[in-house]
Design a binder for this molecule. Structure first.
Ligand code: MN
Length: 474
């Protein structure tokens, strides 16, 4: 599903021939030791692969062209062990179409005052080399990440790891294909958008299908497939029959099981990794997909309701970036305004992502006031606690705009026995009044993607890579 397991990053170490072959051999040995240490640390989510030393313009150009060509290479990390004249880097850096991280570090942690001589200084002049190399990246407007610090430090390794996740998501952005089952909801403004611009800027393919195309897949699902999946539900979730007979309850849940099988088959057949539905467009469907959508979210497919393809694609993007941990589609619903407790109840009419669950979800069946269909089954749970980011994407006519608000989610302490949907609660930064005001003034939507596993820096790094206007509220 994620197709990211085989990704790797190339490590390109800059130097030049000026210092002689002996010095270059030491540069290479140090680079190998650093590569091994970073790979063995267990912090990096993807392997670093050390390349030949970057000592001529031709070498650098051919390496960067190779990076572009190879799908398994998600980006390049560079390090200036010595001074590496930056005119050598211009052609290759301009050609590079994948994320670039400049690690501003030095092999030795401290200056060895007792023994330092000119040979040592020529070999270990990262401070010198960083500035020459950084200048050309800035002048080329490369939007590269710069990580500064001693390479053995945990916080440096963590920053590299976080960037790797952004880089893999950036690469995956060009593979995101959204299947829209039906159009977006009538009259709603924020779910509109320029699909051609989204494909140009973010690489997203957004395709429409009549709901009848999906109904054909639903009709082809067999009883055996449904019973097998229902048995899986039994091992994973609590069954809550509520006021329904066991028979009616099972019937309803099995409709959702048939939707899960059908939608997944449809998506996989077409290479789609995200989708939308719309309760206004369900001709031939008995229920609005609820449990089915939640299960597919848990598997890593992006989703948003009411035909909101922008948020569905963003959901997929952030699921890849977060390894599908605590990340999902969300909707702002209801304020808690009591003094000192100000927060926002987040949910959706059915489709809340189980990757955010703090407890074992239970399957319930309940009527849905809108959509005029049979009572749909859904997973109900409470959201987990943690610091994170909530992100929305809006089309402002002349450009897309990304809003990022830092939030602190917390587990609810009071039961809500009549609420038939999953609930997530959070406080917004910097405080309720200023955070909500800034969100509304900037035109942030009610459909969002929340992640308790990503940071503002990571979202901003992606925005810079795709030249996307962004606002951070924190
Ligand atoms: Mn909605």
């Amino acid at each position: 599903m994620f197709a990211t397991e085989k990704k790797e990053f190339w490590f390109v170490v800059g130097s030049q021939h000026l210092y002689g072959e002996e010095a270059l051999a030491e540069v290479k040995a140090n680079a190998q030791a650093m590569t091994d240490s970073l790979n063995e640390s267990g912090v990096l989510p993807y392997p670093l692969v050390l390349q030949d030393l970057a000592v001529t313009a031709d070498k650098i150009t051919s390496m960067m062209k190779e990076v572009n060509y190879r799908d398994e290479v998600a980006g390049v990390m560079t390090w200036m062990h010595t001074f590496s004249p930056a005119k050598m880097w211009i052609r290759g850096t301009k050609l590079l179409q994948k994320p670039l991280l400049h690690l501003a570090t030095q092999y030795n942690e401290s200056i060895p005052w007792a023994t330092i001589d000119m040979d040592f200084m020529n070999l270990n002049q990262s401070a010198h080399g960083d500035r020459e190399y950084g200048f050309i990246n800035a002048r080329l407007n490369k939007q590269n990440k710069v990580v500064v610090g001693y390479w053995e430090r945990p916080e440096v390794k963590q920053q590299i790891a976080d960037w790797m996740d952004v880089a893999v998501a950036y690469n995956e952005s060009f593979n995101i294909k959204v299947a829209r089952f039906g159009d977006n909801m009538r009259n709603v403004a924020v779910t509109e958008g320029d699909k051609v611009e989204a494909q140009i800027q973010f690489g997203w393919t957004v395709d429409y299908f009549g709901i009848g195309d999906l109904v054909q897949y639903v009709n082809a699902v067999t009883e055996e497939e449904i019973n097998d999946l229902f048995a899986e539900y039994e091992t994973l979730y609590e069954f809550d029959y509520g006021t329904y007979s066991r028979e009616d309850w099972e019937k309803s849940v099995k409709v959702q099981a048939s939707y899960e099988i059908a939608i997944q088959k449809f998506l996989d057949d077409g290479g789609y990794t995200a989708f939308t539905s719309n309760f206004e467009d369900l001709y031939g469907m008995k229920q609005l997909p609820g449990l089915a959508v939640q299960r597919l979210m848990a598997k890593g497919y992006g989703f948003a309701g009411e035909g909101d393809w922008k948020t569905a694609a963003l959901d997929r993007l952030l699921k890849v970036m977060s390894h599908n941990q605590s990340t999902g589609f969300m909707e702002d619903y209801t304020y808690e305004l009591a003094a000192g407790q100000e927060s926002i109840l987040q949910s959706h009419m059915l489709e809340v992502d189980p990757s955010l669950a703090s407890n074992q979800p239970k399957i319930i069946v309940s009527p849905l006031g809108i959509g005029d269909r049979e009572d749909p089954a859904r997973l109900v749970f409470d959201g987990k606690a943690g610091d994170g980011v909530v992100v929305s994407m809006a089309d402002f006519g002349t450009h897309y705009k990304l809003l990022i608000n830092e939030v602190t989610a917390f587990e609810p302490t009071v039961a809500a026995p009549n609420l038939p949907v999953a609930r997530v609660l959070w406080e917004v930064k910097p405080n309720f009044q200023d955070g909500v005001k800034a969100w509304i003034e900037n035109g942030g939507g009610h459909h969002t993607v929340v992640s308790l596993n990503l940071t503002t820096d990571q979202i901003v790094a992606y925005a810079k890579l795709v030249n996307l206007d962004y606002v951070v509220i924190k």
